[in-house]
Design a protein around this ligand. Structure first.
Ligand code: ATP
Length: 379
């Protein structure tokens, strides 16, 4: 198998189906991705992705071109590899099929202390310079300093949202600010993701089987809080030596998580995740909505079909000196096919992504495929 992301081989960069690429060491953890696609459309040698070292990657593609499917292929492969553990952020609820690998689907809960004081106004939709915004910031900061809640570390106690509300009520602030701050905290309670007794992030990892964080129907701000807490929690757990395998955070619909509360934690993984061994793969149908750093820090890029100019511009940022010609002209057109750009071997290849071993929950619903249509069909 030709292994992308592992600097053991080289080829001529033409993507010529691995004819002269060295074979990567398959005894090392490797994810089966699919097969090279020759120019005549025939399938070539098997191709995999290195899972021995940590990586940062992006998966791009228009709607319905196979991004979530590819993320699922990665998760399956990681579940089968040793020493790693995939954690999948699933905003659309399409990854339950990973249960078949022994994985778990969880409705994530995070401790309020996992969100630092300065992020709370933004999380609650409050201007940090406003009365209610600055009150929330101050109350969270004080609560994290109090003796019963030692700090934001996962071994420390976290205040509950009810405690934060009580502290807001008792604060020395104008009544209107207290009322507005308490209302916003009450709204956050209704999201159902905050729990002062939530288990530490390392528990999501378990024995290496995939964990799917089911965020379908969860409000955007709450989902962002979960992504921030999990991304940071995995990073801190590796730094502190609490996690004995290398976690891979796979984020679907990743454009929704940059620019908001989760942004700093995702950037930390992109820029500093590799040293402690945390990988991040961001999949999006809107590459143009990702920050440049997501592309510049990625050593692996998987691009399904794209057409929007802004998205193609983001792709162009990945054009390295070792690539001849522009990437846009090399993008495949069929679902399940992708152009893969690999920094380690300094190559770009067209790949047919293999079929999932577990059920895929994506795809567009059709009216004709519904049970109602079938029962109404007179034939
Ligand atoms: N490698 C593949 N092999 C076989 N079928 C595939 C492959 N990739 C995608 N498909 C098919 O294409 C459909 C759409 O793929 P997928 O759900 O991953 O799209 P998407 O790009 O994530 O779309 P969205 O942006 O709507 O989430 C899948 O339901 C599946 O049937």
């Amino acid at each position: 198998m030709y292994v992308l992301g592992r600097d053991t081989g080289s080829d001529d960069g033409t993507g010529s189906a691995g004819t002269n690429g060295e074979i990567g060491d398959e005894r090392l953890p490797t994810v089966q991705l699919g097969s090279f696609l020759a120019r005549d459309g025939s399938a070539g040698a098997a191709v995999g992705i290195d899972a021995d070292s940590p990586h940062a990657g992006v998966v791009f593609g228009k709607r319905g071109t196979g991004k979530s499917y590819t993320l699922g292929v990665l998760a399956e492969g990681l579940a089968a590899a040793s020493g790693v553990a995939p954690v999948v952020v699933d905003p659309m609820g399409v990854f339950d099929g990973l249960r078949a690998t022994g994985g778990q689907v969880v409705e994530p809960r995070v401790r309020p202390a996992a969100i630092p004081p300065e992020a709370w106004p933004d999380l609650l939709g409050l201007d940090p310079a406003s009365g209610p915004g600055s009150l929330v910031w101050r109350v969270v900061a004080d609560a994290l300093k109090s003796p019963e809640a030692g700090g934001s570390g996962e071994s420390d106690e976290s205040p509950s949202l009810a405690t934060l509300r009580d502290r807001v009520d008792a604060a020395d602030a104008p009544a209107a600010d207290r009322r507005a701050a308490a209302n916003h905290l009450r709204l956050a309670e209704s999201w159902g993701v905050f729990d002062a007794d939530a288990p530490p992030t390392v528990r999501l990892v378990g024995g290496g089987e995939p964990t799917v964080l089911d965020l379908a129907g969860v409000p955007e701000a709450a989902a962002a809080a979960v992504v921030r807490a999990v991304a940071r929690g995995l990073y801190d757990a590796r730094i502190d030596g609490d996690l004995d395998r290398l976690p891979w955070l796979l984020v679907d619909e990743a454009h929704a998580f940059f620019g908001g509360v989760a942004d700093p934690a995702l950037r930390t993984l992109l820029t500093r995740g590799r040293a402690p061994g945390v990988s991040l793969v961001c999949a999006t149908q809107r590459p143009g909505a990702l920050p440049s750093v997501a592309v510049s820090q990625s050593d692996l890029l998987v691009a399904h079909r794209l057409t929007a100019e802004r998205d193609l511009d983001r792709l162009a940022e990945a054009e390295a000196t070792y690539l001849a010609g522009d990437l846009a002209s090399r993008l495949p057109t069929e679902t399940g096919e992708a152009l893969v750009v690999d920094d380690a071997t300094e190559t770009a290849h067209t790949v047919r992504i293999r079929e999932r071993r577990t059920p895929h929950g994506g795809g567009s619903p059709s009216a004709s495929g519904t049970a109602a249509a079938k029962s109404e069909d007179p034939r």
